[in-house]
Design a protein around this ligand. Structure first.
Ligand code: SF4
Length: 239
């Protein structure tokens, strides 16, 4: 079904598409040039109200993800050892998966089934809804995503503190009088987990308005941080 014509290219059409990066929580706005049905260039969306033109190198190279020659575009069935597959139809693949999953659930219950949702699929609108509904229908009680391999310690602290591993807290970078950054380097991480694509500019602004920020970590002082308290392993108990 075609989307209403609001003066912008339809999905897949040539032209400039305003989109966003699905690789991390910063969700930077992107401007995507499509030519001859393929992405020709990805640049920052300079009009985006949050990322304000920020984009890291990963966002720019999403073009390589979309057009990777090894990208899986149709179902494959393993026929032997590593790299040995045959192409099958969607009906064959779905029937095969349904038969195998049914046998597993019948013998071991739905708890024997789980799924992993990685990036960039996690930030697509429908992927999480489809996965959650599918697992629920099977009676599965576990699911995994990139946070289990990336931010597990933070999610455990949130669970222990607030009773929910996804109940994130966000520092008030615009108005705080004193910011403490523990164990992080915004110059590298860009504070993506708190959805702050303009992290360094926000730290600069804290210093510019006369407020303070303190970094408790090893390594050099991040840009914009007014105080640093290097902590190495031997000094950890004093930090
Ligand atoms: S900071 Fe995150 S959301 Fe922004 S371009 Fe990089 S990977 Fe994408």
């Amino acid at each position: 079904m075609a989307l209403p014509n609001i003066g912008v290219p339809q999905p897949g059409e040539d032209g400039t598409h305003i989109s966003f990066c699905r690789l991390c929580e910063a969700l930077c706005g992107l401007s995507v040039e499509v030519k001859d049905g393929r992405i020709a260039k990805i640049g920052p969306d300079r009009e985006h109200p949050v990322s304000e033109g920020h984009m890291c190198v990963k966002g720019a190279r999403m073009i390589d993800v979309v057009h990777d020659p090894d990208r899986l575009l149709h179902p494959l069935r393993r026929t032997g050892g590593p790299g040995e597959f045959e192409r099958v139809s969607w009906d064959e693949a779905l029937d095969d998966i349904a038969a195998r999953l049914s046998a597993i659930v019948a013998e071991h219950g739905g708890e024997a089934v789980t799924a992993y949702l990685g990036n960039p699929a996690s930030f697509a609108t429908m992927h999480p809804a489809y996965m959650n509904g599918f697992l629920k229908a099977l009676g599965a009680d576990k699911k995994f995503n990139s946070m289990h391999t990336d931010t597990g310690a933070k999610n455990l602290v949130l669970e222990l503190t607030y009773g929910n591993p996804y109940r994130y807290t966000f520092p008030d970078l615009e108005d705080c009088d004193f910011l403490i950054v523990i164990g992080g380097n915004p110059a590298v991480s860009h504070m993506s987990l708190i959805s702050e694509p303009r992290a360094l500019q926000k730290l600069d602004a804290i210093a510019a308005r006369g407020a303070s920020s303190l970094s408790i970590r090893g390594g050099p002082r991040p840009r914009g941080v007014t105080g640093t308290w290097p902590c190495d392993r031997t000094a950890t108990s004093g930090c």
